[in-house]
Design a binder for this molecule. Sequence first.
Ligand SMILES: NC(=O)c1ccc[n+]([C@@H]2O[C@H](COP(=O)([O-])OP(=O)(O)OC[C@H]3O[C@@H](n4cnc5c(N)ncnc54)[C@H](OP(=O)(O)O)[C@@H]3O)[C@@H](O)[C@H]2O)c1
Length: 265
Amino acid sequence: MFKIQISQKLIFSLVTLCMVGVMLIGSQYSFAEASSLSSSPQKTVLITGANRGLGLEFAKQFKQLGYTVIGTARSPEKAVELKATGAQVVALDVTDSESVASMAKSLKGTAIDVLVNNAGVIGNPQENFKSFDFDKALMTYNINSLGPMRVTQALYDNLLEGKEKKVIHITSILGSIENNSGGYYDYRASKAALNTMNKSLSIELESEGFTCVVLHPGWVKTDLGGERAPLEPAESIKGMLAVIQQLEDDDNGKFYDYQGNSIAW
Ligand SMILES: NC(=O)c1ccc[n+]([C@@H]2O[C@H](COP(=O)([O-])OP(=O)(O)OC[C@H]3O[C@@H](n4cnc5c(N)ncnc54)[C@H](OP(=O)(O)O)[C@@H]3O)[C@@H](O)[C@H]2O)c1
């Protein structure tokens, strides 16, 4: 009788323990499930100069990856192809402080995970030392070197709210002093300046979790790259997206091409 009572108590305790265990595992599972859902909200990318060329292709491919895409254009009413990607189109001229401020105001409170400073111009490729046009060169610097800084500064709060905190500057191998084979005075200098700005930015924002890089897209068939360029935009952007997605803390401040190869400064 005593033995039967003990074994009944033992069985009751074991059953109770099992039930508590099942409930605990169940509650942990649903917690894990819920937290994984809440920790994977949609990410947002902002791309400047997204109405044509590489910027437009960036918009298409980021969209395919599931990002919410904000694309900027100087003339939003003409950005038909960009709108067709499903991107939100925002007006922006990177040389105009008021335009930059108005863009930032319209995006107040929007978290931005990745900023792609892509807008740029080729400047005056045909000129040489004797024909150097200082006013035209100032415009090239204003767009290619200062434009990205204006935009990044204006969107700093949005980037702080983002999870990825990636600032991508589209530079050029022509901005590499080591690789300079002559010519393209203002374009080369404007991209070398952008590279230097990116380096300083990467140092200043490192402790806040930012990763800032300069990427060379290759020589690509766009209005800027021309018909003779060997690369299609789709291939260049596919490569740069792979690089962007794989960026780690150690990559902060680096200079890569669209295939992830390091480029000499
Ligand atoms: N294609 C290449 O082979 C190549 C090689 C190396 C580096 N890159 C770099 O890649 C980036 C994109 O070049 P891309 O080939 O796509 O050139 P693209 O086809 O000529 O497009 C340039 C984009 O920049 C925009 N833009 C120009 N000035 C602007 C301003 N002041 N404010 C705002 N947006 C402005 C243009 O807008 P609008 O339509 O209003 O003019 C356009 O959306 C540039 O930074 C370029 O230097 C290109």
